[in-house]
Design a protein around this ligand. Sequence first.
Ligand SMILES: NC(=O)C1=CN([C@@H]2O[C@H](COP(=O)(O)OP(=O)(O)OC[C@H]3O[C@@H](n4cnc5c(N)ncnc54)[C@H](O)[C@@H]3O)[C@@H](O)[C@H]2O)C=CC1
Ligand SMILES: O=C1[C@@H](O)[C@H](O)[C@@H](O)[C@H](O)[C@H]1O
Length: 349
Amino acid sequence: MTNPLRVGIIGVGTMGADHAERLAHRIAGAELVAVSDPDTARAEQLAARFEGVRSIADPLHLVAADDIDAVLIASPGFVHEEQVLACLEHGRYTLCEKPLTMDSESSLRLVEAEQKGGRPLVQVGFMRRFDPDYVRLKAMVDSGDLGRMLLLHNIHRNKSVPDPSFRSEMIVRDSLVHEVDVARFLFGEEITEITVLSPAPTRAAQPGVVDPQVAVFRMEGGGLVTTEVFVNSQVGYEVRCEAVAERGTVTVGQNGGGLSTTRLSGDGAAGPGLWGGVVPGDYRERFAAAYDLEVQAWVDASRRGEVVGPTAWDGYAATAVCQAGMESLHTGEPVRVDLADRTALPGTG
Ligand SMILES: NC(=O)C1=CN([C@@H]2O[C@H](COP(=O)(O)OP(=O)(O)OC[C@H]3O[C@@H](n4cnc5c(N)ncnc54)[C@H](O)[C@@H]3O)[C@@H](O)[C@H]2O)C=CC1
Ligand SMILES: O=C1[C@@H](O)[C@H](O)[C@@H](O)[C@H](O)[C@H]1O
């Protein structure tokens, strides 16, 4: 495709608005054409910020519009299935924010629908795969210089979650899902078992919400992954990932080595760490470059007629692990992850 990719955005809350800004101002080869949100006032307000962008009330009408080549879905997870399906039916390149859908059955239906269509169209918004530090870590692991990777330790903390509907299950499905993808990405293998443990909760969490949580994944090849997710840490957005291999360890997100602490400063803001760094406020700050690289890669690949980055299968596999994780959350016991047979999918025979 020589013309710019004509993009529509569905859902213009926090992430949709952020993606609109980057598509309108920072991404090459794309033209933001339309936005859609049931909150029509919000969509119209956003559209008015950019020249030539219109608001379409019904997201499915946006997908079907003649002047749309590609759709970025940033609506809540519970409407992703219907919207991704519509994109597949209309042959639109699709960047769907995580989670792909709410459960493994619906995610698998999308994988199958894409396969039946005969060409890949879906990228899932696991932006850590585009973060320059995670990319460097992946290259080091794959080069073999460190020997075999044995363990991965992840930290994923949010300052707080504003929405009272952000319950224990959402911590697994919406937050832990990023580290599920990181583990699959770095090991290059599936996760076979997950355990989610419930320490004593912080008083900052809503009553009955298990926060923090500690998850343990077993990888196909025997590796082990631990992840702390803490969405009401009060401090800031802390994401770290330490790979432990036979000949060394590598940490993403440490801001330099040595002892590092994070704490609240007197005015309630995130204080500097002992290493001299400052904890980012949220994901838009920490992963700004990763989101730009993710969306640019999506636009470039779509214009070539390809899909790069995390696929519908990756979205499905992550959802399946989280579904097992939500089961484990209630018992603290390990739960097996059963994935569909990839070789038996329609179109692969
Ligand atoms: N990759 C990342 O780091 C992040 C990804 N996300 C994901 O992005 C998506 C959106 O999250 P946020 O922007 O935080 O949510 P939000 O609540 O700020 O915005 C969601 C928007 O979708 C709209 N909406 C509701 N029903 C809709 C429908 N049927 N069709 C179209 N739009 C609809 C709402 O009116 C709202 O404007 C979610 O899938 C979330 O998990 C969210 C935060 C960070
Ligand atoms: O995807 C995200 C949110 O949906 C989720 O709620 C946060 O916990 C994550 O840090 C953020 O990256």
